[in-house]
Design a protein around this ligand. Structure first.
Ligand SMILES: Nc1ncnc2c1ncn2[C@@H]1O[C@H](COP(=O)(O)OP(=O)(O)O)[C@@H](O)[C@H]1O
Ligand SMILES: [Mg+2]
Length: 497
């Protein structure tokens, strides 16, 4: 059976089918997910496998009968590994693969309820905002064609107004109206004058001609005056803390009470098209349905990535804790969200039971077992990521679709120059990265960024003014010339590389 048929066969109610079929292109099997991740991330196979299973399990859960569905918990994961080895990158890629709302937060940014700082619930609100934006975007793509058609008609009506049946309003006394027998109670009558057929025909012809020109873009550079909704005046209100955090925006509350102002603006037709298409698309979207879908999407496929979770783990308790905000307090606040609770957002209540949480941390000083037991229990899957060696660096420089060397090659290509990295040069860069990581500080693959910018700085600066060549070779000698002096001097390399 094909994937699609499976979905059809196993979804009983329309609701489920709708949300799933929306994402069906992205429903990859675990090994397909790993294969996708392999395009961007070198090594770290255990971590890739775990996230692939977690992702697929969410889809599997959607197929399960409702009674069982609520019992199945997401496979929350803790990724453990030094900095710069791909933890964040893996999370970022799975969010793209699964087309799911994704948010990355730093655990250390949160504070206990009652202290100044972000409360943990805000991440769910942000995630919901994101989901609404995603769904709106999807929906407006669906109505794009219709919106474009409407825009053409709107602009056309400004350029060549359609002939209206001429309506004149005559004020009469109600006596007279009554006498005629046909007057309105308002005290005036509407008279419809017959329109001259010829002029109507020519109006129609002109409109057809202009419509074609509008569509083909012939008129794009012409100016037009539009009535555009003016931006609502900025309300800068310092409410009690928490109002904004609640996701309630005073502007939203009061904005609707104020009269809508519009402003005349002169723009080119091309610009007008762009602005109006968005306006028309908004009108065509059923916002209530979109919001409902967005909330479902968060609840069933949202992903929260909590970075630096080790920073809120107990560790050496007494010593370096600031007295006012306890890390354990943040963990206690986090717990209900990870366990499943309802967060009030401006789009309504959002249940967190089936949101996938992926946490990550280096856990140098603390260990996952330093987290409060309840939280440990909610992150049943632990994966370790390896630190990267010279061979990994070589692969990272060359293999991923977005590999750094490919990026620089593309940048210089924009200047019409071919950047030719020789094999031995790449080896040398990888070796240098490993060396500096060992000598100064291990920052993983991030080291490659700093090394390559240092290496290529002069080229990037001197192109195209000073360097006129069509092809630039980077070989081992070039790398050594640029880097060896810095590498040898520890002080220097800790600043530059
Ligand atoms: N295994 C890897 N394969 C490819 N690129 C990597 C790998 N590890 C790290 N990188 C690159 O290094 C940078 C930092 O990685 P990141 O995932 O943010 O590190 P962290 O593990 O600290 O979250 C990113 O640009 C990422 O693309
Ligand atoms: Mg990170």
């Amino acid at each position: 059976m094909t994937e699609e048929k499976q979905i059809k066969a196993s979804s009983k109610n329309g609701q489920v089918e709708k949300t799933i079929s929306g994402d069906k292109i992205k429903q990859l099997t675990p090994s397909q997910i790993v294969a996708e991740l392999d395009k961007y991330i070198i090594g770290q196979n255990n971590a890739k496998k775990s996230v692939a299973i977690a992702l697929r399990n969410r889809w599997r859960r959607q197929q399960v009968p409702d009674s069982m569905k609520d019992e199945i918990m997401p496979n929350n994961i803790i990724m453990i590994g030094p900095t710069g080895v791909g933890k964040t990158e893996i999370a970022r890629r799975i969010s793209k693969l699964s087309n799911a709302p994704f948010i990355k937060v730093e655990a250390s940014k949160f504070t206990e309820v009652g202290y100044v700082g972000r409360d943990v619930e805000s991440m769910i609100r942000e995630l919901t905002d994101l989901s609404v934006t995603m769904v709106k975007q999807e929906k407006s793509e669906l109505v794009q064609k219709k919106a474009e058609e409407n825009v053409i008609e709107r602009i056309l009506d400004i350029l060549v107004p359609p002939m209206k049946k001429k309506v004149s309003i005559e004020n009469e006394s109600s006596e007279a109206a009554k006498a005629e027998g046909g007057g309105s109670q308002m005290g005036f009558t509407l008279q419809v004058e017959p329109v001259d057929e010829k002029s109507e025909e020519s109006n129609q012809k002109t409109r057809d001609k202009f419509r074609d020109d509008l569509k083909s873009g012939k008129l794009d550079s012409r100016n037009i005056e539009l009535d555009l909704a003016a931006e609502a005046p900025m309300l800068q209100v310092l409410g009690p803390i928490g109002l904004e955090e609640m996701g309630l925006n005073l502007q939203d509350l009061f904005g609707n009470m104020m009269p809508k102002k519009s402003k005349k603006r002169k723009l080119t037709i091309a610009e007008a098209k762009k602005i109006l298409v968005q306006e028309e698309a908004q009108k065509l979207i059923d916002m209530d349905a979109a919001i409902k879908e967005a909330v479902e999407k968060v609840q069933n496929s949202g992903i929260v990535f909590i970075d630096e979770i080790d920073k809120i783990a107990g560790g050496n308790k007494a010593s370096n804790q600031s007295p006012d905000v306890s890390r354990e307090g943040v963990q206690r606040d986090l717990l209900p969200i990870v366990e499943g609770s309802t967060v009030i957002t401006k789009y309504g209540p959002v249940k967190t039971d089936h949101i996938l949480f992926v946490a990550s941390g280096a856990f140098h000083v603390s260990k996952p077992s330093d987290l409060i037991p309840e939280l440990q229990g909610r992150f049943p899957i632990r994966v370790e990521l390896n630190s990267l060696n010279e061979e990994d660096f070589y692969n990272i420089l060359t293999q991923p679709q977005n590999a750094l060397i490919k990026q620089y090659r593309a940048l210089l290509n924009a200047e019409g120059i071919e950047l030719n990295f020789k094999e031995d040069a790449i080896r040398e860069v990888a070796k240098t990265a490993a060396l500096v990581n060992e000598q100064v500080e291990n920052i993983g693959a991030r080291r490659l960024h700093t090394i390559l910018t240092t290496l290529l700085e002069s080229v990037l600066f001197e192109v195209p003014d000073k360097i006129k060549k069509k092809k630039i070779d980077i070989d081992r000698k070039y790398v050594n010339d640029k880097l060896s002096a810095i590498v040898k001097d520890r002080d220097l390399s800790s600043y530059i590389l």
